[in-house]
Design a protein. Structure first.
Length: 465
């Protein structure tokens, strides 16, 4: 632990959804959900307005639609988000040579290494200035946590949300953590939390009272010892400067152990889809698919399969994960599942084409009236695999909800929905008033895909999404 709160954690607020709201004036203040719109799609980010309905990240998209049927459902524009993330990371790099990005919208910064802060007052001033600079550069807000360790800085930024700053003074950790739920400690998910609850441990203070030996008995050597140290507020992990990613993975812990084999397979397939979305977001493809299974007794199994070449194809990753699941005995129940990809490589040209095809193949909505709520169209009848797509089907796949377009007469806009040979576009720009909606034929020669516009005048634009 440090004597001064010189570790900063930045977490952009509802990043993907906030970027969409900033670029689309008609969506500001309204529920927005970003994610895969297919039958197995999951929520990547939900705006704070959507969260009031119970929508949250990693939720199946079908469930999100039931909770918030009138929200705007958009396909992610990862190139756009990466461009904004680049601006944010550049600002962090000005503060210190030690910046540890965790994702596009989250990073740790070692202010001590940058020589900018030696005490609480200096750290707070740096944090407030950073929030102002991010807003000026991107038009988006971020929450900042400051503390003497990475764990506490991350807890502080979570408490600062949205659009705030929380500083935890060194020496107050035990007092701060004691009455909190044990779930506040990193690595304590629903299953571990329930396991501890059954042992009579629900708060951080009760973790400390139980002692390290009891935690090791309950959770195993590594997990139990680590949890005890975290509960004491001890976290000496350094901020590690950005380095090449070695793997990309996602995992879920379940409130109740899964026993049904079909349900387990469906969860693995959803995790594979999420893993590919994160893989593409980082600009990589990978050769080795990894499946992680934690069973009812906390034993953890991993299985892997190495492909002939790198891929970012969700079908390939999903099928490989399914084959790996066939090698695992899930009798007795499963409490955690994870899917990862390692052996990363930069995108090849073939990878880019595969991504474009996958995004174009997402189901689309028909929003022919400006006042009509966002509703999903009924799925089209199945087409035999050998039958080539018609010209209309090919054109419709180009218009993914939320993507940017430009019309020769009406200017810049974004796709609100498409179907039945028509595409509905709302014409507006980041700095404009909410725009009008017009509907065109999907093959209208005056309507073309476009690059995103900068959120702030003079700011950087994203690559074509």
């Amino acid at each position: 632990m440090r004597a001064a709160p010189t570790i900063l954690h930045l977490d952009m607020d509802a990043f993907f959804a906030a970027a969409e709201q900033a670029s689309k004036p008609s969506l500001r203040g309204k529920p927005v959900v970003v994610g895969g719109l297919g039958p197995r799609g999951v929520v990547a980010t939900a705006s704070y307005e959507a969260r009031r309905f119970g929508v949250h990240s990693a939720m199946p998209m079908g469930q999100a639609r039931r909770l918030a049927p009138n929200a705007a459902y958009l396909v992610p524009r990862f190139a756009f988000y990466r461009a904004i993330s680049g601006q944010v990371m550049e600002l962090l790099g000005r503060l210190s040579p030690l910046v540890e990005p965790l994702s596009l919208d989250e990073a740790f910064v070692d202010l001590e290494a940058g020589g900018l802060a030696e005490d609480s007052a200096g750290a707070r001033a740096v944090g407030e200035r950073l929030r102002r600079d991010i807003l000026a550069a991107t038009g988006l807000t971020g929450s900042v946590g400051l503390a003497g360790s990475k764990m506490l800085a991350k807890i502080a930024s979570e408490e600062a949300k949205p659009d705030g700053l929380v500083l935890i003074e060194p020496g107050t950790e035990r007092e701060l953590l004691g009455p909190r739920s044990v779930r506040i400690i990193p690595g304590v998910g629903p299953a571990t939390g329930e396991h501890l609850r059954r042992a009579g441990i629900t708060t951080v203070a009760e973790v400390v009272e139980a002692g390290e030996d009891e935690l090791v008995r309950l959770l195993g050597r590594s997990h139990g010892a680590g949890l005890y140290q975290m509960a004491l507020g001890h976290d000496d992990r350094p901020v590690v400067a950005e380095r090449d990613a070695k793997s990309v993975s996602v995992e879920d812990t379940f409130d109740v152990d899964l026993h049904d084999r079909l349900r387990i397979r469906l969860e693995v397939e959803r995790l594979a889809e999420r893993c590919v979305a994160r893989l593409r977001g980082s600009g990589h493809s990978g050769r080795t698919i990894v499946l992680k299974v934690r069973r009812y007794d906390f034993s953890t199994l991993t299985r892997s399969e190495t492909l002939r070449g790198p891929t970012d194809d969700p079908v390939v990753v999903r099928e490989a994960a399914g084959r790996l699941l066939d090698l695992v005995d899930t009798t007795g129940g499963v409490r955690l599942l994870g899917v990862g990809v390692s052996g990363l490589a930069d995108y090849t040209q073939e990878d880019l084409f595969a991504q474009a095809e996958a995004e174009q193949a997402e189901p689309v909505r028909d929003e022919s009236a400006e006042s009509a709520p966002a509703q999903a169209t009924q799925p089209a009848a199945a087409v035999p695999e050998a039958a080539p797509p018609t010209a209309t089907e090919t054109a419709e796949r180009r218009w993914s909800p939320g993507h940017d377009v430009r019309h020769a007469v009406h200017g810049a806009g974004w796709v609100q929905g498409s179907g039945l040979g028509r595409v509905t576009v709302r014409f507006e720009e980041p700095g404009s008033e909410p725009g009008r909606v017009r509907t065109f034929s999907v093959d209208d020669p005056d309507l073309t895909p476009s690059d995103p516009l900068p959120l702030v005048p003079g700011g950087a634009t994203g690559a074509a999404a």
